[in-house]
Design a protein around this ligand. Structure first.
Ligand code: ADP
Ligand code: GLC
Length: 477
């Protein structure tokens, strides 16, 4: 099976969140199963500097108004790549989604390049049977396939976050190389605009998202306006959970943490705590329950509920470490909380991959109070590292954490804590549950062990994607 993934992130070169992690792990896991999966992404300088370039597939004098563009073949370790090399769009400072003035053009260019490879293949004659786009950045790809000519590969669209949809003025239709007949509800039109994700969800043969619960939620509420379309396509929509890449997230082999440990040597986890506390400027208190949040500061992540609980947590003897960046208001509020509680609350505003590893290896509890969470990876990393996730029961958080209750503790299935309502009071109660369990070290260790023993491997999800492709009837050329 030949599959081309198309996406805008790839860990460790370009990552703003979980999408980068998934693009690094899932295609490789599918390759292990024998599928020839390759990935097309923009030729960001950080990618070009790190991978081996292998020659040109095609060159265009102009793509989407951004001037000359080339599609290159390249190789990352264990993953064949295609890179869309278009300096005007992809060689610039800042993050991949900065500079909104040509955001639509940039990602239309990426989607078009994906459709090109899907129809024409590369110089060596490799042509994908399945074109698999991820998130709104690639939403127009099924449209370019549908309105183009030539062989038509199967198309799959995965929603990693439906809150981001890529909605732009319909005046851009020609600029984005779309035919006028595309601007209908059956095509790319969305409330009078062009909806990138909407187009993908309307036109792809199959749709997936990253957890079964989120797949249900986005059809009823929480679909950010796309509920109707998704309910209509319910039979084609599948929820497949993400996994943990054990080559990156494994406390037994993690080069970034002070003391490596595993299920058989959980005691070796202990030195990581004072090391992390020191680095963060927290008191080296061996007794305090240490809570941490590692997150984009986005309203949907629910970190405001944590802000509501800072004083409570500190009064109860806890410590809090926050690693995050995003909403300036939330950044400021966390900075103030740290000033109010020196040594007890510490905040790192920014993005630091290594510090994140250290936090998972040191914290007792990882807070994930999301209002919505398609899958979420931090609660999985927490379990792998022996920190107990405390999560709101939504999306993938509901599917991957077993909340501690008398029944789940008795059955030894509990792996963390869950709460339902998205408010500070409900989170406060869950924090109290965590504090109470923390005072019972034997039971705490039981929950910790259960989490560390949970696999969350990528093999199962990789198989599920291949099975999903197999449900698509063959295309005539
Ligand atoms: P999302 O993709 O919505 O941001 P996920 O939980 O799927 O949420 O993935 C988040 C990823 O980003 C994880 O790998 C997490 O460790 C990482 N991350 C988030 N914030 C930071 C930060 N401030 N520093 C380092 N890593 C971070
Ligand atoms: C998105 C979601 C997150 C998910 C990640 C990878 O960024 O917000 O829940 O884990 O994509 O699929």
């Amino acid at each position: 099976m030949r599959v081309l993934f198309v996406a805008s992130e790839l860990f460790p070169y370009v990552k703003t969140g979980g999408l980068g992690d998934v693009m690094a792990a899932l295609p490789r896991a599918m390759r292990v199963l024998g599928a020839d999966v390759r990935l097309l992404l923009p030729a960001y300088p950080a990618v070009c500097d790190a991978v081996t370039l292998q020659g040109e597939v095609t060159a265009l004098p102009d793509l989407m108004g951004g001037g000359p563009a080339r599609i290159l073949r390249a190789e990352a370790p264990g993953l064949p790549l295609y890179l869309l090399d278009q300096p005007a769009y992809f060689e610039r400072p800042g993050g991949p989604y900065d500079q909104p003035e040509d955001l639509a053009h940039r990602f239309a260019a990426l989607a078009w390049a994906g459709a090109y490879l899907g129809r024409s293949g590369d110089v060596a004659g490799w042509r994908p049977e399945v074109l698999h786009g991820h998130d709104w950045h690639t939403g127009l790809m099924p449209a370019y396939v549908a309105y183009g000519s030539g062989p038509r590969p199967a198309t799959v669209m995965t929603i990693h976050n439906i809150a981001f949809q890529g909605r732009f003025s319909s005046a851009l239709l020609n600029d984005l190389w779309l035919p006028s007949q595309a601007l209908t509800p059956e095509g790319v039109e969305f409330h009078g605009d062009i909806g990138f994700l909407k187009a993908g969800l309307r036109l792809a043969d199959r749709i997936s998202t990253v957890s079964p619960t989120y797949a249900r939620e986005i059809q009823v509420a929480g679909g950010h306006g796309l509920e109707g379309l998704l309910a209509h396509r319910s039979g084609d929509l599948h929820g497949i959970l993400n996994g943990v890449d054990r080559t990156v997230w494994n406390p037994a082999r993690d080069p970034h943490i002070l003391s490596r440990y595993d299920l058989r040597h959980p005691g070796r986890r202990a030195p990581n705590r004072p090391d992390f506390q020191r680095r963060m400027g927290l008191q080296e208190d061996a007794e305090a329950p240490l809570f941490a949040a590692i997150s984009r500061l986005d309203p949907l992540k629910g970190l405001d509920l944590v802000l509501d609980n800072v004083d409570h947590l500190v009064r109860q003897g806890g410590q809090l470490a926050v690693l995050g960046t995003g909403d300036p208001h939330a950044e400021g509020a966390f900075r103030q909380a740290a000033q109010r509680h020196p040594g007890r609350v510490a905040v790192f505003i920014g993005y630091d991959e290594i510090l994140a590893h250290r936090a998972f290896a040191a914290a007792d509890v990882i807070l994930v109070p999301s209002r919505q969470e398609p899958c979420g990876l931090t609660q999985l990393y927490a379990q792998a590292y022996g920190a107990l996730p405390l999560v709101r029961r939504t999306g993938g958080l509901a599917d991957t954490v077993v909340g501690a209750t008398p029944a789940t503790l008795a059955a030894d299935t509990a792996t963390g804590f869950q709460f339902d309502w998205a408010n500070g009071l409900a989170l406060g109660e869950a924090i109290n549950d965590a504090l109470a369990l923390f005072r019972d070290p034997a039971t705490w260790r039981q929950v910790q062990r259960r989490g560390m023993a949970t696999e969350f491997g990528w093999e199962g999800p990789a198989r599920a994607y291949l099975e999903l492709y197999a449900t698509i009837p063959p295309k005539g050329d």
